[in-house]
Design a protein around this ligand. Structure first.
Ligand code: ZN
Length: 189
């Protein structure tokens, strides 16, 4: 059986027996996660997510880029069209990991600069080779973005992973309420 045939079978099984038409488009955990496309660090696995619990945006590195912000803005419009909004009570998670493939692009500064919407000379400020620093950089970028200047980023990050074995997720959580719990070993007040 080919890979496509296998995946088609899984899709049929999902649609026939595991998909719930009662799920709402608004994530039930009021949580948005920005993570990497790396198949080893799927936020669904990392956080044990069930269908409908969280909105997940994935790109190379799980980084805040112009495209990420555009996607977030679009999701907010979708939320408003659904009678809700993304704001107080929501959790916003920036999830990076070590051994990330984005480090393989270090020799393609022009490509990275275009990806991040910055000049090649400014790439160093994005801590591309250091996921620990990169999480902090991206959280700061979100806080500084006018689009995000509302209660969704009203508090300091709560926690951060600091594992050493690859690929270990590195995350910081922005939340308007101290109400979330994630697999971490460092706490922020
Ligand atoms: Zn990655």
């Amino acid at each position: 059986m080919s890979v496509i045939e296998t995946l088609t079978q899984r899709n049929e099984a999902f649609s026939s027996s595991r998909f719930s038409a009662d799920l709402k488009i608004m994530p039930s955990m009021k949580t948005m996660i920005i993570g990497c496309v790396d198949p080893r660090v799927d936020p669904v696995d990392i956080f044990g997510l069930a269908p409908g619990e969280a909105a997940v945006i994935r790109n190379v590195g799980g980084r805040i880029t112009p495209s990420t912000l555009q996607t977030m803005a679009m999701l907010r419009i979708v939320a408003k069209a659904s009678g809700g909004d993304i704001g107080p009570g929501w959790n916003l998670i920036v999830l990076h990991h070590n051994d990330c493939g984005i480090t393989c692009l270090a020799h393609s500064p022009e490509l990275l600069a275009k990806y991040f919407g910055v000049a090649p000379a400014d790439l160093h400020a994005l801590a591309i080779a250091d996921p620990h620093k990169a999480v902090a950089v991206d959280v700061a970028a979100l806080k500084a973005n006018p689009f995000m200047a509302d209660p969704i980023v009203g508090r300091e990050p709560l926690r951060r992973d600091q594992g050493d074995d690859a690929p270990v997720p590195e995350s910081e959580t922005l939340t308007s309420e101290i109400s979330c719990c994630y697999p971490t070993n460092e706490f922020y007040a």
